[in-house]
Design a protein around this ligand. Structure first.
Ligand code: 15L
Length: 265
């Protein structure tokens, strides 16, 4: 499969591009910043907010599917969040329709439902409940996937990623960790699942302390292998753990992240 990966120079992109290529996919990379070391795929440097530039890459590369990882992975002003997550996704979706590309895998985030209080099981049917403008951007990006799946019959999978990294660093992350290896399994499952239409899954590992529903991911073939519990002896408790664990989004759901919608001088 010829896969276009946006955000290829980011922390997830660097892992996913190399791993998909190693697993036999033909990977084309795209990022705002130049090619990182270790990426030996075809690389395009451009901003996904630019629909003309995005469409030109589709015309040149003819991908079979897109993994859209581009976007600022942290809180920002509302206009920046909408540009980073919603406008980029819209530019990709328009190019997909124009060039008859049928599948999109989106790096969404747990912060789309980050204000959901902790409960026994967080399902994918939880109402959109962002904890930040970042989360608002992810909610709206997911809504675009749903719209284009309904209008154009695309397969569009929103992966609500937890805490991606080489190892869990906090008590919250013992529940929310997504290992690099599981992230690759997740992306490949979302790329190859049969006719999912619009679907949502939680992108976390098989963590013993996990409380986000893994079944929708399993239904698409994502069978996580890692467990953050293996690292529990190395994770020091902190006085912040209680509020960090009170909501899905952890620290993003606290007043620390309160800010106006617009950056003004
Ligand atoms: C995310 O989506 C963010 O990009 C990252 O900065 C972390 O906040 C992560 O989620 C998380 O929830 O741990």
């Amino acid at each position: 499969m010829r896969v276009l990966v946006t955000g290829a120079a980011g922390s997830i992109g660097r892992v996913v591009t190399v791993a998909l290529a190693a697993r036999g996919h033909e990977v084309v990379s795209l990022d705002r910043v130049p090619e990182p070391d270790g990426n030996e795929t075809r690389f395009h440097t451009l901003d996904c907010r630019d629909p003309e530039a995005v469409a030109a890459v589709f015309a040149e590369e003819h991908p079979d599917a897109v993994v859209h990882l581009a976007g600022h992975p942290d809180e920002s002003s509302l206009p920046d969040a909408l540009a980073s997550h919603v406008l980029t996704t819209a530019a990709i979706l328009d190019a997909m329709v124009e060039h008859d590309v049928r599948r999109l895998v989106l790096a969404s985030s747990n912060h789309a439902v980050g204000r959901t209080p902790r409960r026994e099981l967080l399902t994918v049917d939880a109402r959109p409940r962002p904890d930040t403008f970042y989360g608002v951007g992810k909610v709206a990006a997911e809504a675009l996937l749903s719209l284009y799946a309904d209008r154009h019959g695309l397969d569009a999978i929103a992966c609500r990623i937890g805490s991606f990294g080489p190892r869990p660093e906090t008590v919250r992350q013992l529940s929310t960790w997504l290992s690099p290896e599981d992230c690759v399994l997740m992306v490949e499952a979302a790329l190859t699942a049969t006719a999912p239409g619009f679907a949502v899954l939680y992108g976390v590992s098989a963590n013993s302390r996990g409380w986000w529903d893994l079944e929708p991911g399993r239904a698409l073939g994502y069978e996580p292998q890692d467990d953050a519990e293996d690292f529990a002896p190395f994770v020091a408790p902190s006085p912040e753990d209680d509020w960090d664990n009170a909501h899905v989004g952890g620290p993003f759901a606290t007043s620390t992240y309160d800010r106006p919608a617009f950056d003004r001088p």
